[in-house]
Every structure is written in C-alpha cells, then in structure tokens.
Design a protein. Structure first.
Lengths: 117, 111
C-alpha cells in the first residue's frame, strides 16, 4: 500500500520546549493530511486536518496556537507542539489519502511517541 | 462520535479463524464499512472495506449483512502477529470526510 513516513518515532523533551513532527507521503502527493492524538489505552482522536497551501482546520478543543501545522508541499506536513508540557505527552499519528489509489482509503504513519518531562 | 459498536476484547486460538463483529445499525446508504487494525505503538493499518457486497483480500474477508446493519471481519488463520486492536469505521467514501475511531476490539491470539 501507499507509504506514509513519520519522524521521529519517539522524542523526549523538557517542559517548555517545542517539538516538530514530520509526516511525509513517500510515493504519492497528498493535498490533505490528518493529525491524530492517542493517549494510553484510548482510541485515536482527530486533532486537525492539514491542507496543502492553506490553513489547517482544527477540531473543537484543540489549540491552534499550541499545535502548529504546516503543509507547505504536497508530500510534507509538520506538526509543532509549542511550549510542550507533561500533559502533551501522547502518541501522535499522521495520515493521508492517496488520490491515485482511490480517495476512500486512509494510510497512516508509524506514529510519534512524545514524552515531556 | 463513532457510529459503530464492537466488543471490547476477544480471544482466538492460533491457526483458527478470528471472527470480529461490528454493529452499525444507523449506517446510511452511501456509507462504507472500513476495518483497520493497530498493533501496539504503531499507526493503524488498513485491512479492508466494503459497501454492501462481501469483500476478500489477502488479509481478510468482510461479510456485510443484507440490511447492512452489521458486519464481520474474518481473519481465516489467525497468527500471533494478528494480536492488535481492530477498528470498525463507517464513513462516506468521498474525499472530504475524516475517519472517526471508536474504542475497537482488542484481539488476543493465543498460542
């Protein structure tokens, strides 16, 4: 299937620092990417929809100034967690559709485990 | 909100078929049934999807009831590597709508 690469796979940072997570579509162009967050033993929760060349759409309750999303190209979206705090520790997952394989499938990255000390 | 109901957990013996049920009694005529699975600490993996006909691929089979109010994912010969959380999702199969994940079913394949 289509490949979505996410980097880094895990990161540990100090409270107050910013962390950037990259999501790349390796063999297709993705005009739309999605960012999810998953807390331990819980399901995935959609945070925002990233649109190439325009502002991201955030879900209710997600602070757009804290979770900065940039989708500057058709193959790259980034999520920056600004001024991270321990409560931001979570598993972050990106996903994208491959228009060439039918818009109905969603392919996921391998996830990034963020631990804020 | 997720539009599906799944049992929270199931066990299956290695080598046997794993049958995972999903109820979606409020499904609309243009909504597809999707199945994904998530192995611990990884991103979800696409398994299969269908509208009203039964579907089969190299990973699994999807059986959808005639009234489309429920479906069953079948892993014909479960292995230990199939231990994961399985998510049943219903959504319109167009470009705009996102995927809403419920709690899923935690399948444990036992040796």
């Amino acid at each position: 299937g289509a490949v979505v690469s996410q980097h880094p796979s895990w990161v540990i940072c100090k409270s107050g620092t910013s962390v950037k997570i990259e999501c790349r579509s390796l063999d297709f162009q993705a005009t739309t990417m999605f960012w999810y967050r998953q807390f331990p033993k819980q399901s995935l929760m959609l945070m925002a929809t990233s649109n190439e060349g325009s502002k991201a759409t955030y879900e209710q309750g997600v602070e757009k100034d804290k979770f900065l999303i940039n989708h500057a190209s058709l193959t790259l979206s980034t999520l920056t967690v600004t001024s991270a705090h321990p409560e931001d520790s979570s598993f972050y997952i990106c996903s994208a559709r491959d228009p060439g394989r039918g818009s109905e499938k969603l392919f996921f990255g391998s996830g990034t485990q963020l631990s804020v000390l | 909100d997720a539009k599906t109901t799944q049992p929270p957990s199931m066990d299956c013996a290695e080598g046997r078929a794993a049958n995972l049920p999903c109820n979606h009694s409020t499904i609309s005529g243009n909504e597809y049934v999707y199945w994904y699975r998530q192995i611990h600490s990884q991103g979800p993996q696409y398994i299969i999807h269908g509208l009203k006909n039964n579907e089969t691929n190299e990973m699994a089979s999807l059986i959808i009831t005639e009234d489309r109010k429920s479906s069953t994912l079948i892993l014909p010969h479960a292995t230990l590597r199939d231990t994961a959380v399985y998510y049943c999702i219903v959504r319109v199969g167009d470009y705009g709508q996102n995927f809403v994940f419920g709690p899923g079913t935690r399948l444990s394949v036992l040796p």
